[in-house]
Ligand binder design. Structure first.
Ligand SMILES: NC(=O)c1ccc[n+]([C@@H]2O[C@H](COP(=O)([O-])OP(=O)(O)OC[C@H]3O[C@@H](n4cnc5c(N)ncnc54)[C@H](OP(=O)(O)O)[C@@H]3O)[C@@H](O)[C@H]2O)c1
Length: 261
């Protein structure tokens, strides 16, 4: 039987490239997606493979429907898909009043609409293979955080989508999983965000550690996994007693606003 095929969005990024290495080591044949083709090629060339064209790098803008259709058509031609990892994401940490329409549209398109459209387009192949979909959310998919209103809205949406679809497909062979990293050392975080995390004592994981946690979820029967005991605990408190988290974050608000100015 030929190698299983994995479609990985955001493969040029910090977490995506670390996940790509892990999946390639498990013998997945990867379709690496992103807008920055040289960066994707660099990731592709670092992956172990038997032949030059074993893994594919495809330049795709996930905010464009035509590009999403191109991915679905390519996989249709290949005739197989075993794993879809919706990892691409964007974030701009600004006061909501200053958020540009362009950044709002990009967040909705890349963080929510593209994962849903890719999932829908690839579902027939995933049903044939008894495959898996993993949506990469965030600890901010369970905790509303100041200056992250649009990002939280998109990650809450992605978590809701994942949970509903997992339940809808629970009588099929397709598995739907949701993975929530906490702050991680990648380019999605500006220097200001990194300084803020330091000031607030928030842990920032390496992408390699996050990829290791991702593989734990993939290998398990779990439907959801969050990185970080403190963040998981905070998310549970937020669901049960949101006022406690309201008060804790109110105490941090002045620091957040000051450092993100
Ligand atoms: N780092 C964190 O603190 C953190 C915490 C929790 C969750 N996450 C989530 O983890 C995932 C990966 O993020 P990361 O930290 O690895 O960030 P990153 O290094 O900035 O990577 C983001 C990836 O998304 C791709 N992307 C962005 N816009 C795109 C578009 N329009 N079309 C196609 N691809 C696009 C980028 O590729 P191109 O630029 O080449 O298009 C890049 O590969 C995201 O979903 C993020 O929300 C990150």
């Amino acid at each position: 039987m030929s190698a299983p095929i994995a479609v990985l969005t955001g493969a040029s990024g910090g977490i995506g490239s670390a996940i790509a290495k892990r999946l390639a080591a498990r013998n997945y044949r990867l379709i690496l997606l992103g807008r920055d083709l040289p960066a994707l090629e660099q990731v592709r060339q670092q992956l172990p493979s038997d032949e030059a064209s074993y893994h594919l790098a495809l330049q795709v803008d996930l905010s464009k429907d035509a590009d999403i259709s191109r991915v679905v058509d390519l996989l249709g031609d290949i005739g197989r898909c075993d794993l879809l990892v919706n990892n691409a994401g964007v974030n701009t940490m600004v006061p909501f009043g200053s958020l540009s329409k362009c950044d709002l549209d990009a967040a909705l398109a890349v963080n929510v609409r593209a994962p849903m459209l890719l999932t829908q387009g690839l579902l027939p192949l995933l049903q044939q293979s008894g495959g898996t979909i993993v949506n990469i959310g965030s600890s901010f998919g369970a905790i509303g955080y100041p200056l992250q209103a649009q990002y939280c809205a998109t990650k809450f949406a992605l978590r809701g989508f994942s949970e509903a679809l997992a339940r809808e497909l629970s009588d099929t062979q397709v598995r739907v999983k949701y993975f929530a990293p906490r702050a991680t050392q990648t380019a999605i975080n500006s220097d200001k965000v990194t300084a803020l995390n330091k000031a607030l004592g928030n842990a920032m994981d390496t992408p390699e550690y996050v990829a290791e946690e991702f593989m734990r979820l993939l290998d398990s029967d779990e439907r959801r996994r969050s990185v970080g005991a403190k963040e998981s605990f905070f998310a549970k408190i937020n669901a049960l007693l949101p006022k406690v988290v309201d008060n804790a974050l109110a105490k941090q608000l002045a620091t957040i606003k000051q450092l993100m100015r």
